[in-house]
Design a protein around this ligand. Structure first.
Ligand SMILES: [Zn+2]
Length: 245
């Protein structure tokens, strides 16, 4: 016999499927990431469709039967209309959702991740700022996501010789997989770009502050400074791709 249960979900992605069905990827409070079928949601008259748009916070009734789980009903609780009507905000949220979806495995619920993602959407929806600030918030979210998943980079010791950083320059090295001291940077050699990027002490200090501050409090403390934002983006892109490989 079929059983039903209710869950709060954030809609991550809508996938196409055959006939009038739609497959939807969610991050749910109780069940973690899941993919469910919404029967007939493609039909223009379907009541489900509008509640299953990406970025929505939706209340789902899930029907579990021997044929698997399907969506019984869906009611949006928050649709983040400001975010969806602003291309720059959508671009930042899209970056967050793309990586979130890549990193999070199915069936591992985590309240910190659920409410973190909800905070990210709520803040992006509410604020009015230059586009660079939205991207900055997305980057901060992703740094914190990586740290939460156990990919926290070492900011105070060299990734190669493991000595604490002193007063000399600190470099980012793709070859060494993180931050290295002046001496190791010289030993590694390598190309000027990927192995010789100087990471200023302000950049490391900013990242350390980001990692220890709750996401909802970030907007009170973190200021965008273009040079630091650029260096952090290079570090973030590297850590995102190396964490997946
Ligand atoms: Zn070293």
């Amino acid at each position: 016999m079929a059983e039903t249960r209710n869950d709060k979900v954030i809609v991550l992605q809508k996938l196409d499927s055959a006939d009038n069905d739609v497959r939807v990827v969610f991050y749910s409070l109780r069940g973690g990431k899941m993919i469910l079928n919404a029967r007939g949601a493609k039909k223009i008259t379907s009541k489900l469709s509008a509640h299953l748009e990406p970025y929505n916070l939706t209340e789902l009734m899930i029907i579990e039967s021997k044929h698997g789980a399907t969506i019984g009903s869906a009611v949006s609780r928050q649709v983040f209309a400001n975010l969806k009507s602003d291309w720059e905000k959508l671009h930042a949220a899209g970056r967050v959702f793309f990586w979130f979806n890549k990193f999070i495995k199915a069936g591992e619920p985590d309240r910190v991740l659920f409410f973190g993602l909800l905070d990210c959407l709520t803040i992006l929806n509410a604020i009015k700022a230059p586009a660079v600030y939205y991207q900055w918030l997305a980057d901060i979210f992703l740094f914190k996501l990586l740290a939460h998943l156990g990919y926290q980079p070492s900011l105070s010791t060299c990734n190669r010789c493991h000595q604490p950083f002193g007063q000399t320059l600190v470099y980012f090295s793709a070859t060494a997989g993180g931050l290295v001291c002046f001496y190791c940077s010289r030993l590694i050699g390598g190309q000027a770009g990927p192995d010789r990027l100087v990471i200023k002490s302000e950049t490391r200090a900013q990242l350390a502050l980001i990692l220890k501050t709750k996401f909802v409090d970030i907007i009170k403390i973190a200021k965008v400074r273009p040079g630091i934002a650029r260096d952090l983006r290079i570090l973030l892109d590297f850590w995102l791709s190396s964490a997946l490989s």
